[in-house]
Ligand binder design. Structure first.
Ligand SMILES: Cc1cc2nc3c(=O)[nH]c(=O)nc-3n(C[C@H](O)[C@H](O)[C@H](O)COP(=O)(O)OP(=O)(O)OC[C@H]3O[C@@H](n4cnc5c(N)ncnc54)[C@H](O)[C@@H]3O)c2cc1C
Length: 96
């Protein structure tokens, strides 16, 4: 799961480096990596039990911070809209 997010991010970055239009790939990797980050940090808190919620360790902070990665620079829902528009060839007006 995390490896797939990493590879998708590498692909979108490589396309940007090559000057290729990559908004589909960038939205796919933002969508997936944002979701995976939240899932992984939640699992870490669960695995650590009470210590996972303690401020003595970073787990609960990582879980709070991971959700930001899923919100800014375009939320999960907006990324899915970009992907659907590109895949199905809809315009912004047709799929808002
Ligand atoms: C910690 C933090 C740092 C930030 N830093 C920056 C920054 O440096 N620069 C900057 O410009 N912005 C920054 N932002 C703003 C961030 O980019 C926006 O909060 C984010 O894009 C969501 O926009 P919004 O808050 O206006 O929510 P809205 O756009 O009002 O969305 C609210 C909810 O409705 C959903 N939604 C909205 N439209 C649709 C739709 N058409 N279909 C389905 N669902 C929809 C969204 O997914 C979201 O869940 C930051 C935000 C945070 C929390």
């Amino acid at each position: 799961m995390v490896k797939a997010s990493w590879l998708l991010t590498l692909k979108a970055s490589w396309m940007a480096d090559m000057g290729e239009p990559n908004n589909l790939e960038a939205s796919i990797c933002k969508c997936k990596a944002g979701r995976d980050m939240v899932w992984v940090s939640q699992k870490a808190v669960e695995l650590m039990g009470p210590l996972g919620c303690s401020r003595k360790y970073m787990f609960e902070k990582w879980m709070r911070d991971s959700k930001i990665g899923d919100i800014y620079e375009g939320t999960q829902q907006l990324q899915k809209l970009v992907v659907a528009r590109r895949i199905f060839g809809y315009s912004r007006e047709e799929l808002a």
